[in-house]
Design a protein. Sequence first.
Length: 160
Amino acid sequence: MAAEITTAEYRALAELRYRLRLFLREGDAVAHATGLEPQQYLLLLAIRGLPEGEEATVRTLAERLALKHHSVVELIDRLEMHGYVRRTRGREDRRRVLVSLLPRGERMLEQVARDRIGELCSNGYELVRAIDELLKRTHGTRRRKQPKTAAARGARTRRG
């Protein structure tokens, strides 16, 4: 039988959620002030911040944003209209659509990202403290199963 969740754990989880929501809400406000919708900012960030070796395909971006393929296509359409991104076809497979930032998109992204990094430098310790508190409360008191994400299942399958 699983250990009962304590009041301290609920409080730690609530504090973490509060800190995350604050950071995200403030980021949305900064994006709006820059002239971007929050989802547009997130798409620009996803393109620029992809792990090394990953290409900005519609499929990859949809996965990174946890959105449906058609929603990402609509976002790309709007960003392309404003001159923030460009679509190109893959050289080897013309069905693959690659998305890249244009200079205007880079500038917009940098404005918001600079603010977000500054915010983390100023108040990030509160977020880290909330995570640390939750981990301290749960580490050792209960062993948690990791959720099986599609990426995790794929990694296990590829390894062996």
